[in-house]
Design a protein around this ligand. Structure first.
Ligand code: C5J
Length: 224
């Protein structure tokens, strides 16, 4: 079994039983005119990791790992959007309003799509979620149980919101979680660093972190 020299200590990666989960690499978070920019963020910080996430995705595909892509967004009638979420931010434009990529954070709109470079392939799971955590009000747990998954590799955005929330949910459900340090990003560098530190503090209280190169090498069966 490949062993990754992860932090805070070695992570054993069983190729049978592992899956890659790519969180919310959507146009709404990565491109101008979407949800991320609406909240006042510089989206270029997030789009910069697309090639690294692609490397990880390709390595997981080559190793035949199950792949799950998540998308944060809401039904067009917004019946799954808590009013508190819609009101949050206090800006002129909010979730459900029309933007340059269609209605913001609404399923079926251009902004809700995963960026083309990371487009899901047939056979890969696309999981729509209305919350920050990917287990909240979804069938993710059921899907992972059916696939006999015990180990989850995490990538995507944003590190401290949807990635960390999902990782904590998974950790509480008994999954062994590994976060790809350079295949995740935050609009706030300090929040990203704090999340990496929190995850691996106290002997890996939420899980492990490693670089994409380390994970790619492990997936290719190269000693790391
Ligand atoms: C946020 C996410 N940041 N995907 N969503 O609202 O992290």
């Amino acid at each position: 079994m490949p062993i990754i020299a992860a932090k805070p200590y070695d992570y054993s990666l069983p190729l049978e039983g592992a899956a890659l989960i790519v969180i919310d690499m959507q146009r709404d978070f990565l491109e101008p005119g979407g949800f991320g920019e609406m909240l006042g963020n510089d989206v270029s910080v997030l789009s910069a990791i697309v090639p690294t996430v692609k490397n990880l995705l390709d390595a997981a595909r080559n190793a035949d790992l199950p792949i799950i892509h998540t998308r944060e967004g809401h039904r067009p009638d917004m019946s799954d959007c808590p009013p508190s979420k819609r009101q949050r931010g206090g800006g002129k434009v909010t979730i459900g309003d029309m933007g340059p990529m269609g209605r913001i954070l609404i399923r079926g709109e251009a902004g809700h799509d995963i960026v083309p470079e990371l487009a899901p392939r047939p056979g890969e799971v696309v999981l729509d979620k209305s919350g920050k955590g990917s287990f909240h009000a979804t069938d993710l747990g059921h899907i992972l149980a059916n696939k006999r998954i015990t180990h989850l590799i995490f990538a995507g955005v944003t590190t401290e919101v949807c990635v960390q929330t999902t990782m904590r949910e998974a950790n509480d459900r008994g999954f062994e979680c590994l976060l790809a340090e350079d295949a995740t990003e935050s609009y706030y560098p300090g929040f990203k660093q704090a999340t990496l530190d929190m995850v691996r503090a106290q002997g890996g209280i939420v899980g492990w972190t490693a670089t994409t190169d380390q994970i790619v090498a492990a997936l290719a069966g190269v000693g790391v």
